[in-house]
Design a protein around this ligand. Structure first.
Ligand code: GP9
Length: 430
């Protein structure tokens, strides 16, 4: 039973009204290249360490023709990196009752790869690790990817950490893209910036203070800079291949890299950031959408998570969404957002425009904490009670939809059960 759960921002989008939306179609007809960057947190963006810029390339990108979503958060269940992919491509929450790719491999999806295929795109996934890791190989056909290039398809030169290094990954991926006609959707998942961030010393560029040498924090900064360099290299390769001008390129972090339960990292980060390092900063990731030649550059601070990616990119690409059950919203045109979490903090914790609410680990509401998002001042948790309940209902509705495989026939389903007032509140269904 979905009950009175409102599935936000979907359904019956009037094509004329869509065209009036801000930035509608600025990337229409272009290739879509999405880079999911391993363990990439937002705090490194536009920041220096001892006078050394950590992400010079991303900073340049943000200062140019890019939308930078600076209040964007990860959306994971039990599937970690694979859940970041799942939420991003489907605008639905992954579950905490297993790994969504494996659990729902038989489901019918209507996510971004399918939507773009309907527009004549070829949808391709790239990742330089074992194809069966996180059940990607069995999940991707259902997700809509027509071909998955995994470890066995790459030449593993000079591996770092898990395997293929980001430079090789990008270079070889561009060569593979060249074998396809445009337009394509290339979904690329990087690997080098993976815990424990062990970069060969000759590739380390950041001069660390002695107290940060040999720490996870110090290693993370080195590794982040390496990945930033690799991204610059990738963009050069895209230009060489003639794809750059005709592409919209989105980049985001999949999830946290330094956890608050690692007390050494937490302590160093609190010094470095000059504020408490809590779950809200840990789960904070960047999203950058670069549209060369569009003349559009802006920082958008509406709160969102990876479930908001698909509606956001579809607005930019000028594609009406026919996936009737989505949980995200277009962050360009939304006036208010929400980031609600299931994992890496207590289930039901959230960040609203006003508050940060952290459910207690014992799931006792009165023991939970809340603070003002802007000032950090404590606030009465009771102010968060109704929103906490709404968040739990949203997660339950998302799980119901996945458990009952309702995504693909949602159009019919909506037509049959939608409220007549067009609010998108679904009726009862046994
Ligand atoms: C493995 C890579 C890392 O293929 O995506 O996954 P993670 O360990 O970060 O979940």
């Amino acid at each position: 039973i979905l009950g009175n759960v409102s599935i936000k921002n979907k359904i019956y989008q009037d094509p004329e009204a869509l065209k009036a939306q801000k930035y509608w179609g600025i990337a229409e007809g272009r290739n879509l290249i999405v880079i999911q960057i391993e363990s990439f947190q937002d705090f490194v963006v536009n920041r220096s360490y001892e006078g050394q810029v950590l992400t010079p390339f991303l900073n340049e990108l943000i200062a140019g023709e890019s939308l930078y979503f600076d209040s964007y958060y990860q959306q994971l269940g039990m599937g970690n990196t694979s859940d970041a992919e799942f939420a991003t491509n489907n605008a639905i929450y992954p579950t905490v009752y297993g790994q969504s790719y494996a659990l729902y491999q038989e489901n019918d999806f209507r996510g971004l790869p399918w939507q773009l295929r309907d527009q004549g795109y070829t949808a391709l996934a790239f990742h330089g690790y074992k194809g069966d890791f996180w059940s990607r190989d069995i999940a991707y056909p259902g997700q809509g990817f027509e071909r998955f290039y995994s470890e066995k398809d790459f030449v593993i030169n000079e591996p770092i950490g898990f395997g293929l290094n980001d430079f090789e990954f990008f270079e070889q991926s561009v060569e593979i893209l060249k074998t396809y006609k445009q337009p394509f959707y290339g979904f690329l998942i990087t690997l080098s910036n993976h815990h424990p961030y062990q970069l060969p010393s000759e590739l380390q560029e950041i001069e660390l203070n002695p107290e940060h040498q040999g720490t996870l924090f110090g290693d993370y900064l080195q590794s982040v800079r390496y990945t930033d360099n690799a991204l610059r290299f990738f963009f050069e390769k895209l230009k060489d291949a003639g794809y750059y001008e005709n592409s919209v390129i989105a980049l985001y972090g999949d999830h946290h890299g330094l956890v608050i339960t690692d007390l050494e990292s937490k302590s160093i980060l609190e010094d470095y950031l000059d504020k408490p390092y809590e779950f809200d900063e840990m789960l904070h990731i960047p999203l950058i959408v670069h549209t060369p030649g569009s003349g559009v550059g802006e920082t958008i601070s509406t709160i969102g998570t990876q479930v908001d990616f698909m509606p956001t990119i579809m607005n930019l690409m000028g594609i009406p969404n026919d996936n009737f059950l989505i949980f995200g919203q277009d962050l360009v045109n939304a006036t208010e957002g929400l980031a609600a979490f299931q994992a890496y903090t207590a289930f039901g914790s959230f960040i609203s425009e006003d508050f940060v609410f952290e459910m207690s680990r014992e799931y006792i509401f009165n023991k939970s904490r809340a603070w003002n998002r802007k000032t950090g001042e404590p606030v009465d948790v009771n102010l968060c009670y109704s929103q906490y309940n709404e968040v739990k209902e949203e997660f339950a509705a998302s799980k119901y939809i996945l458990d009952h495989n309702l995504l693909a026939d949602a159009k019919t389903y909506y037509g049959e059960f939608a409220s007549e007032d067009g609010t998108g509140i679904l009726g009862q269904r046994e």
